[in-house]
Design a protein around this ligand. Structure first.
Ligand SMILES: [Zn+2]
Length: 282
């Protein structure tokens, strides 16, 4: 079971859980309002978060959704509070509302290429036998940016897109120097081959680097990245993008250059990032 972490009196988070693909959930505690970031991948996930916060006397008022993927929205009704989403996320939630989550329906969507096995498997595992998912409409809909004043602490929500999901938002808490990236830096998984594109990644990193942060939350990482850890990750992404362009998507040449020119050891993580760029190179 995940245990609530307190980063400061204004910032709590529940770590991710790989087995059923639970993302990080966070609470930003203002003097007047408390903002939750993401609704969780099930009612029980949302309930776990709310219960652990309640034991700290923290209660949510409003929840912001990073993007439409199931693992970030299935806990919405359990959250039982107004929600914020951009219009693309809203539209995608309207599509999800029509789906059945029973095995047969899930397997059919996987067959048709609408759903991917990775998510279908995690959904079956997380929801168990109870496949009723009540997905309410988001309450507050924005397009590009939205700023929240929670009392003594603020939050800037910006729609940034990217390969993982075109509706991705990032959330910045300037007073805490915390940046919530959702899944935006992960690969596009709803494709024949999981991939990154050079254009989207360059655009995304430029936006992210315009924020000054000390904590970078990637929803499925175990813990937030420090400034140095994030810099190393961003360097790997930029270098891989650059070399993919230079070598026209030739994996071996990229791998050789990344060690020789940039001194990066070819670990599994590095090879995975290169692989995603190679897959996305056209
Ligand atoms: Zn996602």
């Amino acid at each position: 079971m995940q245990t609530l972490q307190k980063l400061s009196k204004r910032l709590y988070y529940l770590p991710s859980y790989q087995k059923t693909d639970r993302p990080i959930l966070a609470a930003i505690v203002g003097n007047d309002q408390t903002l939750f970031i993401d609704a969780g991948n099930s009612s029980s996930h949302a309930r776990l978060f709310k219960e652990q916060l309640a034991s700290q006397q923290v209660f949510g008022d409003i929840v912001a959704i990073t993007h439409w993927h199931w693992d970030h929205v299935f806990g919405l009704s359990e959250m039982d509070m107004p929600s914020i989403a951009n219009s693309m996320t809203f539209d995608n939630i309207k599509v999800l509302q029509k789906y059945s989550w029973e095995n047969q329906a899930l397997d059919e969507r996987v067959q048709k290429g609408i759903e991917i096995p990775f998510c279908a498997d995690a959904i079956k595992l997380e929801l168990g036998r109870n496949r009723e998912v009540n997905l309410p409409d988001p309450t507050i809909i924005f397009d590009k940016q939205l700023k929240l004043n929670l009392g003594g602490v603020t939050c800037m929500i910006e729609h940034v897109g990217g390969d993982h999901s075109p509706d991705s938002n990032i959330l910045y808490i300037p007073e805490e120097k915390a940046l919530f990236l959702g899944d935006c830096l992960y690969a596009n998984m709803y494709a024949e081959k999981w991939h990154y594109t050079i254009e989207n990644m360059s655009m995304l990193l430029e936006k992210i680097e315009s924020y000054d942060a000390n904590f970078y939350f990637l929803s499925h990482h175990a813990a937030p990245l420090t400034k140095d850890e994030f810099s190393s990750f961003a360097f790997l992404l930029k270098t891989s993008a650059l070399l993919t362009k230079k070598h026209k998507g030739k994996r071996e040449a990229i791998a050789v250059d990344i060690s020789k020119e940039f001194g990066l050891e070819l670990t599994d993580d590095v090879a995975e990032v290169i692989g995603y760029f190679v897959n996305g190179y056209v």
